[in-house]
Ligand binder design. Structure first.
Ligand SMILES: [Ca+2]
Ligand SMILES: [Ca+2]
Ligand SMILES: [Ca+2]
Ligand SMILES: [Ca+2]
Length: 272
């Protein structure tokens, strides 16, 4: 009887121990595959833009006058968005830089009010096409169809650098800087350390060509634009000291906006 019990006991132990490892080997792959499909960004095709930082821009029934004065009625009702994401440079003080902006639109264009507090305004290169990103400038990123994707040497998206002297520069498909002064009407007024910039931005499709005449798109309610804003702050250095944007950029290298429109936020045009 004792031996019988022993065999029965041994058989039960064997059964438990032979089942148990099987369960363990089956479970991990199931967990792993779930984890990969849910969390791995490499699973998402690069050309599909994720609508992160989806914000609404409310239509202006009376567009603002571009004069560097924010007393226009439409600005009263628009909300401030922060310009506070450090993309390049060391940590900075409030006195060194702080910024915020408002946005609105009409069928004709997008409008921006940008308030920048910068202790030193610096324009070291008179030539607007020389190292334009190393002078103090407002940088406006626009992707007309919110497609995302690479745009450095194409017009899939634009990165307009608006300089203190009013010149508007972006990298052209020729791989060199070009003036796009008729794309962005700009005016700013500086009082003490605070500059108030107003911009009217005409929106062009990716079919834009330097070699032909181009018509800006007519904006409509419900349209989504890829959009973000930045400021290049230089106070007297050879190269810009800080680059501060309106969108959180994941990863180590946050200076991605001039290459990749996937990092742009998304602006939804609404009419209230
Ligand atoms: Ca105004
Ligand atoms: Ca500064
Ligand atoms: Ca595009
Ligand atoms: Ca500066």
């Amino acid at each position: 009887m004792r031996m019988k019990h022993f065999y029965l006991f041994t058989a039960i132990i064997c059964l438990i121990s032979s089942c148990s490892p099987q369960q363990k080997t089956e479970e991990p792959p199931t967990v792993d595959s779930t984890t990969v499909s849910r969390d791995s960004p490499t699973e998402v095709p690069a050309e599909v833009k994720n609508d992160h930082q989806l914000r609404e821009a409310v239509k202006a029934h009376t567009p603002p006058e571009i004069d560097g004065d924010s007393s226009d009625t439409v600005w009263d009702s628009a909300i401030w968005y922060p310009l506070d994401q450090r993309w390049l440079g060391e940590a900075y003080s409030e006195e060194d830089f702080s910024g915020r902006f408002k946005v609105t639109w009409s069928s004709e264009a997008l409008y921006l009010l940008v308030e920048i507090k910068d202790d030193v305004l610096f324009d070291q290169y008179e030539d607007p096409l020389k190292l334009w990103w190393d002078d103090d400038c407002v940088e406006i990123f626009v992707d007309e169809d919110n497609s995302g994707g690479k745009h450095q040497y194409t017009h899939n998206a634009f990165a307009y650098h608006v300089a203190l002297d009013g010149n508007v520069v972006d990298m052209s498909p020729k791989g060199e800087g070009a003036l796009y002064n008729d794309h962005v009407i700009t005016k700013h007024i500086t009082s003490g350390n605070t500059s108030l910039w107003e911009h009217k931005i005409y929106i062009y499709e990716d079919s834009y060509s330097e070699d032909s005449s181009n018509t800006p798109v007519t904006l409509q309610e419900g349209k989504k634009l890829g959009f973000m804003l930045a400021y290049c702050d230089n106070d007297s250095s050879k190269e810009r000291e800080n680059f501060i944007g309106s969108v959180f950029v994941p990863g180590e290298d946050k200076n991605q906006g001039y290459i990749d429109a996937n990092v742009f936020g998304t602006l939804l045009l609404v009419d209230q």
